[in-house]
Design a protein. Structure first.
Length: 87
């Protein structure tokens, strides 16, 4: 499983995302990848998974398919993300 967060650095959501990552890593020793939504990779990822609101947290299976996702400024609890990432 892979956890990926799409967001816009240097925006009003940056602190929210950084706090989520820090809290998640304190509880679960898992790598969380981030992508700038304005980069080529970020745009391609958003298009591939039909993401239209940011920040977005995606839990991806090893084959790249989408396990679960959350969009918008109301981020899920770290336990909720972990429940999908640890399946």
């Amino acid at each position: 499983m892979r956890i990926l967060i799409l967001y816009r650095p240097n925006s009003e959501h940056e602190r929210l995302v950084e706090e989520f990552i820090a809290n998640y890593r304190r509880k679960y020793p898992t790598q969380i990848d981030t992508e700038d939504i304005d980069s080529r990779e970020g745009i391609a990822t958003a298009s591939l998974y039909d993401i239209v609101q940011y920040p977005a947290i995606l839990v991806l299976k090893d084959d790249g398919s989408l396990q679960s996702y959350w969009q918008g400024p109301e981020l899920p609890l770290s336990e909720e993300v972990a429940s999908y990432a640890n399946n």
